[in-house]
Design a protein around this ligand. Structure first.
Ligand SMILES: Nc1ncnc2c1ncn2[C@@H]1O[C@H](COP(=O)(O)OP(=O)(O)O)[C@@H](O)[C@H]1O
Ligand SMILES: Nc1ccn([C@@H]2O[C@H](COP(=O)(O)O)[C@@H](O)[C@H]2O)c(=O)n1
Length: 215
């Protein structure tokens, strides 16, 4: 099954546009059919640069919406290894400490690899790795509301810190880097991570690719 090159499907778009929900739904719904040997997910967020050398108050000032915040070189090295049928140790990131944890997560090569994150198409080497490029086109005001709900519930953030970060970096970087990524997309998805028709279309394409792997 692994003799044919894996297919990498990359999903990008604004923070809280629904990338994780969309990718995770496809993964969860196909897992029963394909098994863990068939499909895997990689998050660009796992590749935020380690900041152990900085005190916490300095890490809080980092612009996490600029491409330089990511170790894209390591992500492309890992994708290349997976394409060459080698496993990788993906970093595990912590949004509370703004750095990587001491753990890593073993990722095995699979025929289908989903990658999701805000700035995946800004890097030409990464872009080159992707077979299908998806852009989540969710209005920014909806993203902001969902980010406030998610980051207060799941990422230990206050409303004050979310709104300050939004005005200082999230919104300007969206216009500078994320929105222009749409031009690279093969598929543009509206209605966020619950767009059932888009989920079914991607699942059908993945099933077709798996059939090609098997035959
Ligand atoms: N279409 C949708 N309808 C309702 N809630 C959604 C929808 N898409 C995403 N969400 C919710 O919005 C929040 C942000 O989505 P998430 O998938 O984490 O975004 P991203 O990965 O792009 O940052 C999550 O709580 C998610 O469940
Ligand atoms: N320490 C960090 C790292 C990242 N962020 C924010 O996360 C956003 C990207 O993740 P999504 O799941 O929302 O796509 C990005 O907009 C960063 O601002 C952070 O707040 N703190």
């Amino acid at each position: 099954m692994h003799t044919i090159k894996p297919t990498i499907i990359a999903i990008t778009g604004a923070s809280a546009s629904g990338k994780t929900l969309f990718a995770q739904t496809i993964f969860d719904e196909l897992l029963a059919e394909l098994g863990a040997q068939g499909i895997t997910i990689i998050k660009e967020d796992a590749y935020y640069r380690a900041q152990d050398h900085l005190p916490l108050h300095e890490r809080e000032k980092t612009n996490y919406d600029h491409p330089n915040a990511f170790e894209h070189e390591l992500l492309s090295e890992h994708l290349t290894k997976l394409l060459n049928n080698q496993s990788v140790e993906m970093p595990v990131y912590c949004y509370q400490t703004h750095t990587r944890t001491k753990q890593t997560s073993l990722i095995q090569p699979t025929p289908i690899i989903l990658v999701e994150g805000i700035l995946l198409f800004t890097n030409p080497i990464l872009r080159n790795c992707f077979d299908i490029k998806v852009y989540m086109d969710t209005p920014l005001d909806i993203c902001l509301v969902r980010r406030i709900q998610r980051d207060t519930a799941e990422r230990g953030r206050s409303l004050e810190s979310i709104t300050a970060q939004y005005l200082e970096t999230v919104r300007p970087m969206y216009y500078q880097f994320i929105e222009p990524e749409k031009a690279w997309a093969d598929i543009v998805i509206t209605k966020g991570g619950k767009n059932r028709m888009a989920i079914e279309v991607l699942k059908a394409k993945i099933r077709q690719l798996i059939q090609q792997h098997i035959s």
